[in-house]
Structures are given as C-alpha cells and as structure tokens.
Ligand binder design. Sequence first.
Ligand SMILES: [Zn+2]
Length: 302
Amino acid sequence: MNIKCPDPIDEEDQCIWRWTPKHNFELKSAYSTMVGSLWAPKQPIWIIIWSLKVPQRVRLFLWIAYQQKLMTNGERCCRHFSSSPRCSDCSSYTETVIHALRDCNVTHRLWLQILPATLTRHFFSMNLHTWFSCNLSTNFLHPVLKLSWNILFASLTWQLWKRRNNFVFNNISSSETDTINHGITWAKYYYGITCKGTIGGLIRDDNGVWLIGFAKVIGHSSSLQAELWATLEGMKLAWEQGYPRVVVQSNCKQAVELIRSLDLSTFSLVRAINRLRHLNWLTEIVWIPRSKPTCRCLSKDS
Ligand SMILES: [Zn+2]
C-alpha cells in the first residue's frame, strides 16, 4: 500500500541503494549489511528483545529485567540502599525480579486475568530466563484482544514495573484494572504502528482556520515515507480545492530537504510532489521543528 503506483510520465527504473533511508550509498550501511548476519550474539534472547516492535525504553527495561538488574528491594538491600529485601506489596517474600513481575499475589492475579488458556500451564512455573524468552518469542494473536502476545507481554511487564515504582516511591497505588488497561492500550499502540501506518493532515487558511482534513492508510512504512505520502496527499487535495498559494509545513527535516533538493530523487513520491509543485500555483515547503507550535499559517491566501 505504501508503494506509489507507476506513473507513465515518471522516470525510467533505475538502480538505487536500498539500505539507507535516502537510498544514497554509504560505506557504513554497506558494512552493516555485509557483516550484520555474521553477528552471532551468545544469547538468542539478545535478538529476541532488541528486535521486538516496542519502543526502545521498553526493550531496555526488558533487557535489564532479563539480566536481573532491576532495582527490586532484594537488589537494593544487597547494595545497602535499603534495610529490607521484602516485597512492598505483599511483605511476605524477598522482592526479586520474577516476584515483582509475576509471582507476587497482585501480579499473579493480574496475569490470570489476561493469560490465554494455552499459556497458563507453564507460565507460573518457568524460571525468569525461560519465562522471558518463551513469552517474548511467542507471537500468536491473543484470542480476545487480537494483539501479538509478545508485544502484550512486554507492555504489561513494563506497566507492572511502573505500577510497582509508583507505589514504592510515590505512594500511589493503581488498581489492577487500570494496570491491565494501560498495558493493553499501549500494546495496541505499539502493535498498530508496526502493522498499519496511517497518515493525515489538515489545510488551514491564513488565519489558521480549518478548511479540510485528510487521512489515509498506507500499510507498513518508514516515518520518512509516511511524511512524503502525507505531503503528496495534502498537496493533491489543496490543488483539487483550487487554492492558489499553499505553504506545506512538515516537522520531518529529511522529507523537507529531499523535496527541496533539485536532484532527480530516487523516491517516486518526491518526484510526484515536485511535478505537482510545477503546476500553475505557488507552493512552499517549510520545516517546522517539533518543539514549536505548528499553528502558524504562513500563506497570504489560503
Ligand atoms: Zn509480593
């Protein structure tokens, strides 16, 4: 869905370098491509965690948890940071990683609410390492939530740890339902961004008044491709609406630079955008840093 249809007036096919986002050759990318498959990490879990489709902070959390380096009460006590190794939730056991994330009565109840029947048999009896590697490499869809189990598992363990920290350090307790709902919501988000990319935008007049909006599903996509798609679709819409002067604002510097560069781009999307710009109207492409408000409309006319 994210590949633009061929256009009879477009360029002939040409060779491109597929391993960089801009399709330009870089020695670094050639090296990574050649040796990448030869990297043989000693632990398979390394690849399982670091290729999981979740944000980097969640991967980092999973990696630290797997290495048993989370600052649980047990760990803090060993390092003389606290006087008691007991779990703050149940006060009955030493708080280890597996206790905090699975075996404490609160977390145990929570997992039981969401665990698919096929996984319940061994889920609570595995040791920490097997527990992580099995669940993080299980990517079947949850029968009710229709989410990949490994993403849901990662999201829930992350939320359980955040819940525990909020309780221990901020004295704020969250209900089990809230924790589950947070975990599911974030998992849906992580899963959604890896499965179906969507783009959208809106057109405003020079007073910032909303004129028209658009949205489109573009399938698997990089962020650069998504930005280029959004620019093309937005400009097509503006042209169809008959606006004589249009300023396109994007917070993707790479996309703006690609469109502005006069070289014949290897991106068919960039070529299509530039063909559109050569029609009988005035267009300008402006980069808006993400940190600044994007409500300023620079066009004199809409
Ligand atoms: Zn406990």
